[in-house]
Write a protein that binds this ligand. Structure first.
Ligand code: ADP
Ligand code: MG
Length: 688
């Protein structure tokens, strides 16, 4: 139903070509788009506060008569206007002003002002209030709370207010289309919610609005979450339309493989392997996410999937986010697949020249059954002959579009490859529903037997010497340790310098130890040599930046020191800590913090001390840092919500899921407009 809501914004009063262009840049083309530009918060200008009753720090409206307007020469020149009502006086102070402005504020002029009251040297003051002159007898009435909009592209509050006001008044005649089926427990309709949020009545519960818990906000948040969910479901359906090669399991080969391992798969691994095996046998692409805590043995699960694909005559590709990790997978698979007559090709960012072209040939010719690598697998000239399975390890490092782009690499006659995605750390259910709604989920909720929980302690950096002694003790006992240096700076150079300085300091203090150093500035070959030496036990202590964060597996390492842990998010700390506790000796993690800790920092470190459970830690992380941080910046395009807040709106998720399912089964025609309304740009981002 085209209506006034779909009119271009350029029809509104005050929108010329210049403003129109700015709005378009912000994604606002139609009147309806303005309606979804929602206020961040509200000011209450509905009541005039007597000056005598204005409290320090409060945002208030006052009304009074100008007594004097004078220029004060203090540290900064300012225009000071004394304003008086029957109850008291207050000074307005302007640091930016014009002569005309001063002349306009003659004694006797009546003003209405809005601003924050402060108690200054000369009594009550307001700095740069918004003000207007009142004609004699004029007493304007504000009938709604005043919205404060997100300012984008230099469009000011007054402009947003005027635009949105016009949009709302049009909405009263012609509402944007209602896209949610009736009947779910949402108290507000769409139009009603929009009107309420742009112009809440004076008695609106401000606290509830601030917390995002007003039914009008919940109505929109639910719709937004439904839209996100449908976007991902849509991506999934698009993929599911394609056929994939059905690859049945081969139990004899699997038995042979598993019985050659030095350990038995856990019950959880066995269950997840079976889920994957069944998916692979279907003629549609598997799209499965394996979640499992650090050290739960996800790699083995990937190996059995790869084996099924390869035994079925297809190629499998395994992609890891870092060289170190990809290299480790390669070594693991070489060991596990030895004797099975499987050729493994290797492709990383530094594969160059002849080695690279040979690898490409082996891959394109179909000789290489398994291809292990980094982002390099995405590159244009990488072609597979019969790609049947793509495994993406530590998914949080890749964006949705990267994940999908690998699946485009199959030959047309093969079909779309099956996809297996493995996360570094568990993802709260909340987030997986919106960020990974396109994937089926398997959970490895068990650690291999004999693991001992890592004991975590928080120690102030002033006690650094004790920790150095502790490292000496552990290494003297034949164990190995990590010392992780953190810097918030993105700069590799600074991070490397910090790690170098620490390595020097520790070598001086611990002359008997063999100390290695890895950071992002080392040449890959140097990095590998150090990692290999550490793995072989030739190094006692590895000083590192967070490059060792994911996946690295050295079971003899049982002590981990993390410097300045307060700078890192919980998921990252949990990953780092997961580097120890992989063998059978008791392991320890020392969080060597710099005091004073912020309240949030203290909470995060305490969560680390209290729990080794990645699922718990992920929930905490979400609570303390929000979804963008938890998923990593690459996912934020999909996670930038306008109204919805996670995890605060967790309570909506059952409703969201029900609505989403209902739309897909009964009202599929609503999906596309919903997606357009809420995630139009995010989806384009996902497709890049
Ligand atoms: P993650 O899930 O963190 O990727 P890995 O796959 O790296 O964990 O496994 C961690 C370690 O546990 C590896 O050394 C691996 O060989 C070992 N492992 C995996 N499964 C088992 C098992 N069922 N029993 C004992 N050790 C196992
Ligand atoms: Mg792993």
């Amino acid at each position: 139903m085209a209506g006034i809501a779909s009119d271009p914004v350029t029809q509104l009063r005050g929108v010329g070509p210049k403003l129109g262009a700015k709005l378009a840049e912000a994604g606002i083309y139609r009147v309806e788009d303005l309606l979804f530009h929602l206020p961040l918060r509200y000011q209450d200008r509905t009541r005039v506060t007597p000056i005598g009753a204005a409290a320090d720090g409060a945002d208030v409206v006052i009304e009074g008569e100008v007594r004097v307007a004078d220029i004060a020469f203090g540290r900064r020149r300012s225009l000071v206007v004394r304003l008086q009502d029957g109850t008291g006086t207050l000074s307005l102070r302007f640091f930016h002003f014009s002569a005309a402005q001063k002349n306009n504020l003659r004694p006797g002029t009546r003003l209405r002002c809005f601003g924050q009251v402060r108690r200054g040297a000369s009594g009550l003051e307001m700095y740069h209030p918004e003000y207007r002159k009142l004609e004699s007898g004029e007493t304007p009435v504000e009938e709604a709370l005043t919205p404060v909009y997100p300012t984008i592209n230099g469009i000011g509050q007054n402009q947003w207010r005027s635009l949105c006001e016009q949009a709302v008044s049009r909405l009263r005649h012609s509402a944007p289309r209602e896209l949610l089926p009736a009947g779910q427990a949402l108290r507000f309709g769409l139009a009603e919610a929009l009107i309420y949020l742009h112009a809440p009545p004076p008695d609106a519960p401000q606290e509830m609005l601030r917390d995002g818990e007003h039914p009008a906000q919940l109505r929109l948040a639910a719709e937004e979450l439904v839209a996100h969910n449908l976007t991902l479901q849509g991506l999934r359906q698009e993929q599911q339309k394609d056929g994939a090669p059905p690859i049945p399991g081969n139990s004899t080969l699997m038995q042979r493989f598993l019985s050659a391992l030095p350990f038995q798969p856990t019950t959880a691994q066995t269950r997840v392997m079976a889920e994957i095996s069944a998916d692979l046998a279907r003629p549609h692409p598997m799209m499965r996410l394996v979640q499992g805590d650090v050290g739960s043995g996800k790699t083995l699960v990937a190996a059995t999937a790869a084996l099924q694909a390869i035994a079925g005559g297809y190629q499998a590709a395994i992609m890891a986010p870092t060289e170190i990790l990809a290299e480790q997978h390669r070594l693991n698979f070489q060991g596990w697949f030895a004797g099975l007559d499987i050729e493994i090709a290797w492709l990383s960012g530094r594969s160059k020249g002849k080695a690279r072209s040979e690898a490409l040939q082996r891959i394109a010719g179909g000789h290489a059954g398994l291809v292990v690598g980094t982002h390099a697998l995405f590159q244009q000239d990488v072609a597979f002959q019969r790609l049947g399975l793509v495994v993406v390890d530590e998914q949080h490092r890749f964006g949705v579009h990267q994940r999908l782009s690998l699946t485009e690499k199959s030959a047309p006659d093969v079909g779309r490859p099956h996809q297996l995605v493995m996360t570094a750390t568990p993802i709260p259910r909340t987030l997986s529903m919106v960020a990974y709604a396109d994937l089926d989920c398997s959970i490895i909720d068990e650690l291999p037997p004999g693991r001992q929980p890592v004991e975590t302690v928080l120690i102030d950096n002033v006690r650094r010497q004790q920790i150095v002694a502790r490292v000496a003790g552990a290494c003297a006992g034949g164990r190995q340790a990590y010392w992780v240096c953190t810097l918030v700076e993105e700069s590799d150079v600074l991070q490397a310098q910090a790690a170098e300085a620490t390595a020097d300091e520790l070598q001086l203090a611990l002359p008997d130890l063999n100390i290695g150093l890895v950071h992002g500035r080392l040449k890959p070959a140097q990095k590998d040599a150090v990692m290999a030496a550490f793995k072989a036990g030739e190094l006692d202590l590895l000083v590192a930046t967070t490059v060792i964060e994911v996946g690295v597996d050295v079971p003899n390492a049982s002590l981990m020191i993390i410097e300045n842990p307060e700078r890192l998010g919980l998921a990252q700390l949990h990953q780092l800590r997961g580097r120890v506790g992989r063998g059978t000796t008791a392991s320890h993690c020392v969080l060597l913090y710099q005091s004073p800790l912020s309240a949030n920092g203290k909470q995060r470190l305490t969560a680390m001390r209290e729990s080794n459970d990645g699922f718990y830690i992920a929930e905490k992380d979400l609570e303390l840092r929000g979804p963008g941080e938890v998923l990593g910046t690459r996912q934020t395009g999909l996670m930038a919500f306008r109204v919805a807040r996670l995890p605060e709106h967790n309570h909506l998720l059952d409703t969201v899921q029900a609505l989403s399912a209902q739309i897909q089964s009964d009202y599929p025609e609503l999906a596309e407009p919903l997606i357009q309304r809420w995630t139009g740009t995010a989806r384009e981002f996902a497709k890049v």
